[in-house]
Design a binder for this molecule. Structure first.
Ligand code: ZN
Length: 313
Protein backbone atom coordinates (compact mmCIF):
# COMPACT_ATOMS: atom_id res chain seq x y z
CA UNK A 1 0.00 0.00 0.00
CA UNK A 2 1.23 3.45 -0.89
CA UNK A 3 0.69 7.12 -0.20
CA UNK A 4 1.35 9.81 -2.79
CA UNK A 5 1.76 13.43 -1.76
CA UNK A 6 3.16 14.99 -4.92
CA UNK A 7 1.50 14.48 -8.27
CA UNK A 8 0.08 16.85 -10.83
CA UNK A 9 -3.32 16.22 -12.39
CA UNK A 10 -2.43 17.61 -15.82
CA UNK A 11 0.90 15.75 -15.98
CA UNK A 12 -0.85 12.47 -15.18
CA UNK A 13 -3.61 12.46 -17.84
CA UNK A 14 -3.95 9.21 -19.79
CA UNK A 15 -2.53 9.58 -23.34
CA UNK A 16 -5.49 7.49 -24.51
CA UNK A 17 -7.82 10.19 -23.21
CA UNK A 18 -5.88 12.91 -25.05
CA UNK A 19 -6.10 10.79 -28.19
CA UNK A 20 -9.88 10.37 -27.84
CA UNK A 21 -10.66 13.96 -26.89
CA UNK A 22 -8.47 15.55 -29.58
CA UNK A 23 -9.24 12.85 -32.13
CA UNK A 24 -5.58 12.15 -32.80
CA UNK A 25 -3.62 8.88 -33.02
CA UNK A 26 -2.57 7.36 -29.69
CA UNK A 27 1.07 7.43 -30.80
CA UNK A 28 0.83 11.15 -31.41
CA UNK A 29 -0.82 11.71 -28.03
CA UNK A 30 1.94 9.75 -26.28
CA UNK A 31 4.63 11.74 -28.09
CA UNK A 32 3.04 15.05 -27.15
CA UNK A 33 2.48 14.24 -23.46
CA UNK A 34 5.34 11.93 -22.49
CA UNK A 35 9.06 12.72 -22.49
CA UNK A 36 10.80 10.56 -25.06
CA UNK A 37 14.30 11.38 -23.82
CA UNK A 38 15.56 13.43 -20.88
CA UNK A 39 14.48 17.07 -21.03
CA UNK A 40 17.22 19.66 -21.53
CA UNK A 41 15.95 21.49 -18.44
CA UNK A 42 12.85 22.05 -16.33
CA UNK A 43 11.40 24.34 -19.01
CA UNK A 44 11.49 21.62 -21.72
CA UNK A 45 9.83 19.29 -19.20
CA UNK A 46 7.10 21.83 -18.46
CA UNK A 47 6.39 22.13 -22.22
CA UNK A 48 4.84 18.63 -22.05
CA UNK A 49 1.85 20.13 -20.24
CA UNK A 50 0.59 22.07 -23.28
CA UNK A 51 -1.45 19.21 -24.78
CA UNK A 52 -3.00 18.00 -21.49
CA UNK A 53 -4.03 21.58 -20.70
CA UNK A 54 -5.59 21.91 -24.15
CA UNK A 55 -8.12 19.18 -23.36
CA UNK A 56 -8.72 20.07 -19.69
CA UNK A 57 -10.92 23.11 -20.28
CA UNK A 58 -14.48 21.80 -19.85
CA UNK A 59 -16.37 20.41 -16.87
CA UNK A 60 -16.80 16.98 -18.48
CA UNK A 61 -13.14 16.65 -19.46
CA UNK A 62 -11.83 17.80 -16.07
CA UNK A 63 -14.15 15.36 -14.35
CA UNK A 64 -13.05 12.52 -16.62
CA UNK A 65 -9.31 13.20 -16.21
CA UNK A 66 -9.68 13.37 -12.40
CA UNK A 67 -11.73 10.17 -12.26
CA UNK A 68 -9.25 8.29 -14.46
CA UNK A 69 -6.30 9.44 -12.36
CA UNK A 70 -8.03 8.17 -9.20
CA UNK A 71 -8.61 4.82 -10.97
CA UNK A 72 -4.92 4.69 -11.98
CA UNK A 73 -3.86 5.46 -8.40
CA UNK A 74 -6.03 2.67 -7.08
CA UNK A 75 -4.43 0.27 -9.55
CA UNK A 76 -1.02 1.44 -8.26
CA UNK A 77 -2.10 0.35 -4.73
CA UNK A 78 -2.34 3.93 -3.50
CA UNK A 79 -4.58 4.33 -0.43
CA UNK A 80 -4.31 8.11 -0.12
CA UNK A 81 -3.20 10.83 -2.55
CA UNK A 82 -2.92 14.60 -2.52
CA UNK A 83 -3.36 15.65 -6.13
CA UNK A 84 -2.32 19.12 -7.21
CA UNK A 85 -3.13 21.40 -10.10
CA UNK A 86 -3.26 25.10 -10.99
CA UNK A 87 -6.91 26.18 -11.43
CA UNK A 88 -5.95 29.24 -13.51
CA UNK A 89 -4.62 26.92 -16.24
CA UNK A 90 -8.17 25.71 -16.87
CA UNK A 91 -9.93 28.95 -17.71
CA UNK A 92 -9.31 28.94 -21.48
CA UNK A 93 -12.88 27.76 -22.07
CA UNK A 94 -15.65 29.52 -20.22
CA UNK A 95 -15.26 27.93 -16.78
CA UNK A 96 -15.03 29.81 -13.49
CA UNK A 97 -12.47 28.86 -10.82
CA UNK A 98 -15.29 27.32 -8.76
CA UNK A 99 -16.45 25.19 -11.68
CA UNK A 100 -12.89 24.00 -12.28
CA UNK A 101 -12.44 22.87 -8.66
CA UNK A 102 -15.92 21.33 -8.44
CA UNK A 103 -15.47 19.38 -11.70
CA UNK A 104 -12.17 17.89 -10.49
CA UNK A 105 -13.69 17.03 -7.10
CA UNK A 106 -16.73 15.44 -8.80
CA UNK A 107 -14.43 13.21 -10.86
CA UNK A 108 -12.38 12.15 -7.84
CA UNK A 109 -15.50 11.35 -5.84
CA UNK A 110 -16.62 8.81 -8.43
CA UNK A 111 -13.81 6.50 -7.32
CA UNK A 112 -13.71 4.90 -3.84
CA UNK A 113 -10.25 6.23 -2.98
CA UNK A 114 -9.31 8.81 -0.34
CA UNK A 115 -7.94 11.90 -2.14
CA UNK A 116 -7.59 15.61 -1.53
CA UNK A 117 -6.50 18.54 -3.67
CA UNK A 118 -3.60 20.95 -3.35
CA UNK A 119 -4.14 24.15 -5.34
CA UNK A 120 -1.07 25.52 -7.13
CA UNK A 121 -0.18 29.16 -7.39
CA UNK A 122 2.12 29.62 -10.39
CA UNK A 123 5.46 31.40 -10.27
CA UNK A 124 4.82 33.16 -13.59
CA UNK A 125 1.30 34.27 -12.67
CA UNK A 126 0.24 37.69 -11.37
CA UNK A 127 -0.04 38.55 -7.68
CA UNK A 128 -3.80 38.95 -8.02
CA UNK A 129 -4.33 35.62 -9.75
CA UNK A 130 -2.31 33.87 -7.06
CA UNK A 131 -4.26 35.73 -4.39
CA UNK A 132 -7.44 34.32 -5.99
CA UNK A 133 -6.02 30.82 -5.53
CA UNK A 134 -5.46 31.49 -1.82
CA UNK A 135 -9.10 32.62 -1.51
CA UNK A 136 -10.24 29.57 -3.46
CA UNK A 137 -8.24 27.25 -1.18
CA UNK A 138 -9.76 28.96 1.85
CA UNK A 139 -13.27 28.46 0.46
CA UNK A 140 -12.77 24.73 -0.17
CA UNK A 141 -10.47 24.03 2.78
CA UNK A 142 -11.39 20.65 4.35
CA UNK A 143 -14.01 20.30 1.61
CA UNK A 144 -11.73 18.56 -0.86
CA UNK A 145 -8.84 21.03 -0.75
CA UNK A 146 -6.18 20.70 1.93
CA UNK A 147 -3.29 22.99 1.00
CA UNK A 148 -1.55 25.36 -1.40
CA UNK A 149 1.59 24.98 -3.51
CA UNK A 150 3.80 27.23 -5.61
CA UNK A 151 4.86 25.59 -8.88
CA UNK A 152 6.55 26.64 -12.11
CA UNK A 153 10.03 27.63 -13.21
CA UNK A 154 11.95 27.91 -9.94
CA UNK A 155 15.22 29.25 -11.34
CA UNK A 156 13.53 32.14 -13.17
CA UNK A 157 11.28 33.11 -10.23
CA UNK A 158 12.98 32.95 -6.78
CA UNK A 159 10.62 32.08 -3.94
CA UNK A 160 11.22 35.30 -1.99
CA UNK A 161 9.06 37.07 -4.61
CA UNK A 162 6.03 35.35 -3.06
CA UNK A 163 6.67 36.39 0.55
CA UNK A 164 3.56 38.56 0.78
CA UNK A 165 1.27 35.87 -0.71
CA UNK A 166 2.64 33.21 1.62
CA UNK A 167 2.17 35.51 4.60
CA UNK A 168 -1.51 35.79 3.62
CA UNK A 169 -1.81 31.98 3.32
CA UNK A 170 -0.22 31.63 6.78
CA UNK A 171 -2.60 34.20 8.26
CA UNK A 172 -5.54 32.30 6.74
CA UNK A 173 -4.26 29.04 8.30
CA UNK A 174 -3.87 27.31 4.93
CA UNK A 175 -0.87 24.97 5.00
CA UNK A 176 1.43 24.93 2.01
CA UNK A 177 4.16 23.05 0.24
CA UNK A 178 6.54 24.73 -2.21
CA UNK A 179 8.45 23.39 -5.21
CA UNK A 180 12.06 24.18 -4.25
CA UNK A 181 15.55 22.73 -4.52
CA UNK A 182 14.79 21.22 -7.92
CA UNK A 183 15.88 23.66 -10.66
CA UNK A 184 17.43 25.95 -8.03
CA UNK A 185 19.84 25.24 -5.17
CA UNK A 186 19.64 24.54 -1.41
CA UNK A 187 19.15 28.22 -0.54
CA UNK A 188 15.82 28.06 -2.36
CA UNK A 189 14.80 25.25 0.04
CA UNK A 190 15.95 27.32 3.02
CA UNK A 191 13.93 30.33 1.85
CA UNK A 192 10.83 28.21 1.26
CA UNK A 193 11.07 26.86 4.82
CA UNK A 194 11.65 30.31 6.28
CA UNK A 195 8.49 31.50 4.47
CA UNK A 196 6.50 28.76 6.22
CA UNK A 197 6.43 25.72 3.93
CA UNK A 198 5.71 22.53 5.91
CA UNK A 199 6.71 20.31 3.02
CA UNK A 200 9.05 20.87 0.10
CA UNK A 201 8.32 19.65 -3.41
CA UNK A 202 11.56 17.87 -4.42
CA UNK A 203 14.06 19.63 -2.10
CA UNK A 204 16.75 17.20 -3.23
CA UNK A 205 19.37 19.88 -3.75
CA UNK A 206 19.39 20.51 -0.01
CA UNK A 207 21.91 17.65 -0.02
CA UNK A 208 24.60 20.19 -1.00
CA UNK A 209 24.20 22.32 2.13
CA UNK A 210 24.63 21.07 5.67
CA UNK A 211 23.00 24.11 7.24
CA UNK A 212 19.86 23.57 5.13
CA UNK A 213 19.81 19.85 5.97
CA UNK A 214 19.93 20.76 9.66
CA UNK A 215 17.10 23.25 9.18
CA UNK A 216 14.96 20.56 7.49
CA UNK A 217 15.51 18.27 10.47
CA UNK A 218 15.06 20.93 13.11
CA UNK A 219 11.73 22.10 11.61
CA UNK A 220 10.62 18.52 10.86
CA UNK A 221 10.08 19.37 7.17
CA UNK A 222 9.13 16.60 4.76
CA UNK A 223 10.63 16.29 1.29
CA UNK A 224 8.31 15.16 -1.49
CA UNK A 225 10.98 13.39 -3.51
CA UNK A 226 10.16 12.52 -7.14
CA UNK A 227 13.11 10.44 -8.38
CA UNK A 228 12.00 9.73 -11.96
CA UNK A 229 11.07 13.37 -12.53
CA UNK A 230 14.55 14.44 -11.34
CA UNK A 231 16.12 12.12 -13.90
CA UNK A 232 13.83 13.48 -16.62
CA UNK A 233 14.69 17.10 -15.87
CA UNK A 234 18.34 16.08 -15.87
CA UNK A 235 19.19 17.03 -12.30
CA UNK A 236 20.76 13.58 -11.97
CA UNK A 237 22.12 11.56 -14.84
CA UNK A 238 21.20 8.17 -13.44
CA UNK A 239 19.21 6.81 -10.52
CA UNK A 240 22.32 5.74 -8.59
CA UNK A 241 23.39 9.41 -8.49
CA UNK A 242 20.12 10.43 -6.84
CA UNK A 243 20.51 11.58 -3.18
CA UNK A 244 17.32 9.88 -1.87
CA UNK A 245 19.25 7.16 -0.02
CA UNK A 246 21.68 9.63 1.53
CA UNK A 247 18.79 11.83 2.68
CA UNK A 248 16.96 8.79 4.07
CA UNK A 249 20.06 7.60 5.92
CA UNK A 250 20.43 11.08 7.44
CA UNK A 251 16.92 10.62 8.90
CA UNK A 252 15.46 13.40 6.78
CA UNK A 253 11.69 12.95 6.26
CA UNK A 254 11.70 11.46 2.77
CA UNK A 255 8.60 10.44 0.78
CA UNK A 256 8.45 8.89 -2.69
CA UNK A 257 6.30 10.42 -5.42
CA UNK A 258 5.82 10.36 -9.20
CA UNK A 259 5.28 14.11 -9.85
CA UNK A 260 3.81 13.46 -13.30
CA UNK A 261 2.78 9.93 -14.20
CA UNK A 262 2.31 10.59 -17.91
CA UNK A 263 5.10 13.08 -18.60
CA UNK A 264 7.58 10.78 -16.81
CA UNK A 265 5.87 7.55 -17.95
CA UNK A 266 5.96 6.12 -14.45
CA UNK A 267 3.97 4.82 -11.46
CA UNK A 268 4.86 4.51 -7.78
CA UNK A 269 5.26 0.75 -8.22
CA UNK A 270 7.83 1.25 -11.01
CA UNK A 271 9.60 3.91 -8.94
CA UNK A 272 9.78 1.66 -5.85
CA UNK A 273 11.22 -1.15 -7.96
CA UNK A 274 13.88 1.10 -9.50
CA UNK A 275 14.81 2.48 -6.07
CA UNK A 276 14.98 -1.00 -4.54
CA UNK A 277 17.29 -2.11 -7.34
CA UNK A 278 19.54 0.96 -7.15
CA UNK A 279 19.78 1.33 -3.36
CA UNK A 280 18.67 -1.97 -1.82
CA UNK A 281 15.68 -0.34 -0.17
CA UNK A 282 13.63 -3.02 1.61
CA UNK A 283 9.87 -3.34 2.14
CA UNK A 284 10.43 -2.00 5.67
CA UNK A 285 12.09 1.11 4.20
CA UNK A 286 9.12 1.71 1.92
CA UNK A 287 6.68 1.22 4.82
CA UNK A 288 8.71 3.72 6.83
CA UNK A 289 8.59 6.28 4.01
CA UNK A 290 4.83 5.74 3.66
CA UNK A 291 4.43 6.31 7.41
CA UNK A 292 6.33 9.58 7.00
CA UNK A 293 4.00 10.46 4.11
CA UNK A 294 0.95 9.82 6.32
CA UNK A 295 2.39 11.89 9.17
CA UNK A 296 3.10 14.74 6.73
CA UNK A 297 -0.24 14.61 4.89
CA UNK A 298 -2.42 17.70 5.15
CA UNK A 299 -5.19 15.82 7.02
CA UNK A 300 -6.43 15.48 10.60
CA UNK A 301 -4.81 13.31 13.30
CA UNK A 302 -7.79 10.97 13.17
CA UNK A 303 -7.49 10.50 9.41
CA UNK A 304 -3.75 9.88 9.78
CA UNK A 305 -4.41 7.17 12.35
CA UNK A 306 -6.94 5.50 10.03
CA UNK A 307 -4.38 5.41 7.22
CA UNK A 308 -1.65 4.12 9.55
CA UNK A 309 -3.98 1.31 10.67
CA UNK A 310 -4.60 0.40 7.02
CA UNK A 311 -0.89 0.54 6.15
CA UNK A 312 0.29 -1.82 8.86
CA UNK A 313 -2.72 -4.14 8.74
ZN1 ZN B 1 5.83 18.90 -9.07
Amino acid sequence: MKIELHLHLDGSIRPKTISELLNIELEEAIKASTLQTKAENLKTYLDKFAIPLKVMQTKENLKRVAKELAEDLKKDDVIYAEIRFAPHKHLAGSLTLDEVVNSVLAGLREVPLKTNLILCMMRDDTFNNNLEIIKLAKKYLHKGVVALDIAGDESAYPILKYKELLAIATKENIPFTIHAGEADDAISVKNAIMLGAQRIGHGVRAIDNKEVLNLIKEKNITLEVCPKSNLDTNIYEKITNHPIKKLYDMHINVTINTDNRTVSNTTLEKTYQELAKAFNFTDEDFIKMNKIAIQSAFISKKEKQELLDLLIK
